[in-house]
Design a protein around this ligand. Structure first.
Ligand code: 25A
Ligand code: L14
Length: 332
């Protein structure tokens, strides 16, 4: 690559922001100038990148002069407020928040599925929700081969998805519990250590949560399949990194587990770990720190005419957020 770019990372001090920096280093993204943006709380901080120390700057509407690419992960309200200024300044933004995902003018991209949409951008490209990304990476090859009609998914989402403060909360509650201290939830609505919380984001009128309904609408948009039926249940589990999902699909055409295994083995971004007799299947500890989406427990769903069930694991901060966004930036 001959050209180098001016890159700004918005939310640089957060869990996803830090991962942006590590992956930009790993993949040797061609950076000319790097700008690290965060809130006033981080104004005095410095962050390491490529062996050098960079100051964190306070995000303002004037932060984007001369910036070519913005990688944003500071929450939806910050994206709504600041990304229009970045676009006006001539930057292209890859946004990790939910702010613009369902806008008709904004491509919602998982490169393994719909990279062709990137070129339609008008300054903003949205990165989907972490749970949706890993699911569509694993399902798209099956959809192409056998046309998926319906998806039933239950997620087991790690605490890191909700940011650095939630990571700290699981650590503190675990320690308090083991030391016989009273647990007082601060960030999560309930105790998360040694517990499961069947609520991620707020409840909507239909009694699903917003996270669950994101999986419905985002899956349809990314796979360009407006008729796919999706029933999601999203659960927070006391795991630090990597989300896991139990996924069952009903297809129009018959497809067997062997064929699915073969398809997924040659799918970029997917690694099949599926040897149940020898106790081999993906777990969150296997997904942590990896780029691939791990798939196992592939079997025929015997409760319907044409169905497949499987288990999907991926690092929610990498493929679910920072890596997917940087793959989009590379294609830009
Ligand atoms: O929409 P919301 O409600 O604002 O949601 C924001 C949340 O969503 C997370 C993000 O995680 C945050 O918790 N998030 C965003 N995208 C995500 C994705 N794709 C995602 N989670 C999963 N997948 P985070 O906490 O890891 O990162 C927060 C980053 O955003 C910066 N930021 C926040 N407000 C800002 C802002 N930047 C500019 N202007 C603003 N107004 C934030 O910078 C961080 O980089 P920071 O300097 O505020 O935080 C530095 C460290 O301080 C901790 N912290 C945050 N708030 C508090 C705090 N510590 C004490 N008290 C606080 N009130 C942060 O955890 C961080 O470590
Ligand atoms: O839509 O685990 O990117 O709370 C960010 C927070 C997805 C869920 C998003 C979490 C959300 C995530």
């Amino acid at each position: 690559m001959s050209k180098a770019y001016n890159v700004a990372v918005m939310g640089a001090t957060g869990a996803v922001g830090n991962c942006f920096l590590r992956i930009l280093e790993e993949r040797k993204f061609p950076i000319k100038n790097l700008k690290l943006l965060a809130s006033e709380r981080s104004a005095e901080k410095k962050l390491e990148f490529g062996g050098k120390s960079y100051p964190v700057e306070v995000l303002t509407h004037d932060s984007f002069k001369g910036v070519d690419i913005v990688l944003a992960s500071a929450g939806a309200s910050r994206s709504l407020e600041f990304l229009p200024s970045a676009v006006k300044a001539g930057a292209v933004c890859v946004d990790n928040s939910s702010a613009f995902r369902m806008d008709n003018d904004v491509p919602l991209v998982v490169p393994e599925v719909n990279a062709h949409r990137i070129k339609d951008h008008k300054g903003i490209i949205s990165n989907p929700n972490c749970s949706t990304i890993q699911m569509v990476v694993a399902l798209y090859p099956i959809h192409k081969a056998a046309k998926i009609k319906r998806i039933v998914v239950t997620t087991f989402q790690s605490v890191s998805g909700a940011g650095q403060k939630k990571i700290t909360e699981l650590r503190e509650q675990t320690s308090d519990f083991l030391n016989g201290k009273k647990i007082v939830p601060k960030e999560f609505p309930h105790q998360i250590a040694f517990n499961l919380i069947p609520q991620i984001d707020v409840f909507l009128d239909n009694l699903y949560t917003k996270e669950e309904m994101k999986m419905v609408s985002e899956t349809r948009k990314i796979m360009e399949a407006p008729d796919i039926q999706v029933n999601a249940t999203c659960v927070r589990v006391p795991v630090f990194f990597a989300h896991s999902e139990s996924v069952s699909v009903e297809t129009e055409k018959h497809i067997g587990p062997e064929e699915v295994r073969k398809l997924l083995e040659k799918t970029p971004g997917v690694k099949v770990i599926d040897d149940p007799k020898n106790g081999k299947y993906p777990m969150p500890i296997d997904g942590e720190g990896k780029d691939d989406t791990l798939v196992g427990r592939i079997r025929q769903d015997e409760s319907v005419k044409n169905g497949i069930s499987m288990w999907v694991v991926s690092d929610n901060i990498r493929k679910g957020a920072a890596l997917n966004a940087i793959q989009i930036a590379e294609m830009l």
